[in-house]
Design a protein around this ligand. Structure first.
Ligand SMILES: *Cc1c(COP(=O)(O)O)cnc(C)c1O
Length: 489
């Protein structure tokens, strides 16, 4: 007696196979789809310079996504049309070199080719057994990063989706290294400054550590942590019977772009047995060039470090990295065994990404970093990073030749803060109007912030497509728009 009716199954399978085989286009169809996608990409890249930096979102842009409408398939041209009109268009254009706001992202071309190949081959990059090659590639990239920041061979790391996940990973490692459990939360003290990226607070919250005692260490007039104040706070907390646990410094703060005194903080942390985490999501890769290396002196004294290839190495979004100086700590937090993974052994010298991270299955994201480095070598990255530092200094000097301008600190890395102080009227309102004017005009993009309670503009130089002509154009726009606004007030 059959449990299942085989003849029914076979006839249904014939139908299903016919339909499901459409998931695999044949060679001719693959080529024609890819050709159309490539034309789309080419058109985008060739028009990039003349595309507006910012486009207001309109109701018409929302129409394509009002309902999923996945019962009616469209051809590749139909899909690319939606992409062109309703995705590539509204909002900010981060691929442009004229992006001088926030911390600009990258999107180097070779990474897109790597992503294509990673998706086609779909190597399983989470576990050594499944793809020794993909895992070795990730590990050699992490060893390279460890080397450029001066971490020893004991270091381990992980390629993550970005700085936020990297900060979370490091916070969890730091928590477990100090064996902090629920009963210790309120006794455990975290030392931060007002300039620490909000993803660190978020990480503490996610890691269950929201109830920790947080000390906001004062900054000097350049927004850098005051080491003396840090030490005083640690000493005082120890006296009160608290447990100084974690200090977080910024190697390139997101807001003002400044680097905390990394070496001094490292000495204090080590002396007092406090875990030292550096958030270098924006700035750590500047250590590749000599100018950056000087400023980032002491970065190697940290216990854990975040660096984002999708910022400082100009990769497309979705590329972060976290390093832990002593791999034993990373393994302790993340290494787990499961019965169904019993075949997945690995040699001791090649860590599986899954053993040092939150993720199991993961994007084969090593390829998008490895391919450009392999094809280009490191020299153009080094040059581009020094170029960004010098462009920021160039902007810093030039902007001060415009009338009624106040600047923030000289740039440590590649962010300049500045504001106009008109002779009449409210300066905050003036700068806000200026920022709005420039955004709507769309030729360049600046973002703004509040520093010392004042509305301040930022020029963040990190797009790989920004070169001197863009900065000259931006200065020209600032001059013209500010003159216009001063005349009209
Ligand atoms: C951008 C940034 C982050 C967050 O990184 P994501 O990749 O956006 O998640 C964290 N810290 C600093 C200093 C940053 O600049």
């Amino acid at each position: 007696m059959e449990t299942f009716d085989l003849s029914l199954i076979v006839s249904r399978l014939t139908q299903l196979e016919k339909e499901s085989r459409r998931l695999e286009p044949d060679s001719a169809l693959r080529k024609s789809v890819l050709k159309r996608a490539e034309q789309h990409a080419e058109e985008f890249l060739q028009n990039l310079d003349s595309m507006p930096m910012y486009v207001e979102d309109k109701k018409t842009h929302a129409a394509a996504f009002r309902s999923p409408d996945f019962d009616n398939a469209v051809d590749i041209d139909g899909a690319l049309h939606i992409l062109r009109e309703d995705v590539d268009c509204p909002g900010l254009n981060p691929a442009s070199g004229k992006h001088l706001g926030y911390i600009p992202g990258g999107g180097i071309y070779y990474s897109s080719v790597a992503d294509y190949l990673a998706a086609v081959t779909n190597r399983y990059a989470g576990v050594f057994f499944a793809s020794p090659g993909a895992v070795r590639m990730e590990n050699v990239l992490l060893r390279w990063m460890a080397e450029i920041v001066g971490y020893p061979e004991t270091a381990a790391g992980n390629l993550t989706s970005g700085g936020s996940v990297s900060n979370l990973t490091a916070v969890v490692v730091a928590r477990d290294a100090h064996e902090i459990s629920a009963k210790d939360f309120s006794r455990s003290v975290v030392y931060l400054t007002s300039q620490v990226h909000h993803s660190v607070e978020k990480a503490l919250h996610i890691a269950g550590l929201g109830e920790c005692t947080k000390r906001n260490i004062p900054c000097d007039e350049h927004f850098k942590m005051k080491p003396d104040a840090l030490e005083a706070a640690i000493v005082s907390d120890k006296k009160s019977g608290l447990h100084p646990w974690l200090v977080v410094a910024s190697a390139g703060s997101t807001d003002a772009g400044v680097v905390d005194p990394l070496a001094e903080i490292g000495e204090i942390a080590s002396h007092h047995g406090v875990w030292y985490h550096i958030d270098g999501a924006y700035g750590a890769f500047f250590t590749l060039c000599d100018e950056g290396k000087k400023i980032l002196r002491g970065i190697e004294t940290s216990d854990s470090l975040v660096m984002d290839p999708h910022k400082g190495l100009f990769l497309p979004y979705g590329s972060g990295a976290v390093l832990v100086k002593d791999r034993a700590h990373a393994l302790r937090s993340f290494s787990q065994r499961a019965n169904y993974m019993q075949d997945a052994f690995a040699p001791p010298d090649e860590l599986s990404p899954a053993d040092v991270s939150i993720e199991l299955s993961k994007h084969f994201r090593g390829l998008r970093l490895w391919l450009p480095l392999k094809l280009l070598g490191v020299a153009p990255f080094r040059a581009a990073l020094e170029e960004k530092i010098l462009l920021a200094r160039y902007f810093f000097e030039k902007i001060q030749t415009l009338p009624n301008v106040e600047v923030g600190p000289p740039p440590d890395l590649s962010v300049v803060t500045f504001r106009f102080v008109p002779l009449h009227g409210n300066a905050d309102e003036f700068n806000k109007r200026l920022a709005d004017e420039i955004r709507l005009d769309g030729k360049v993009f600046f973002s703004s912030t509040m520093l010392h309670g004042k509305f301040t503009l930022r020029c963040a130089v990190l797009a790989f497509r920004v070169h001197r002509p863009v900065i000259d154009e931006a200065l020209d726009i600032l001059r013209k728009k500010s003159e216009y606004l001063m005349r009209s007030t």
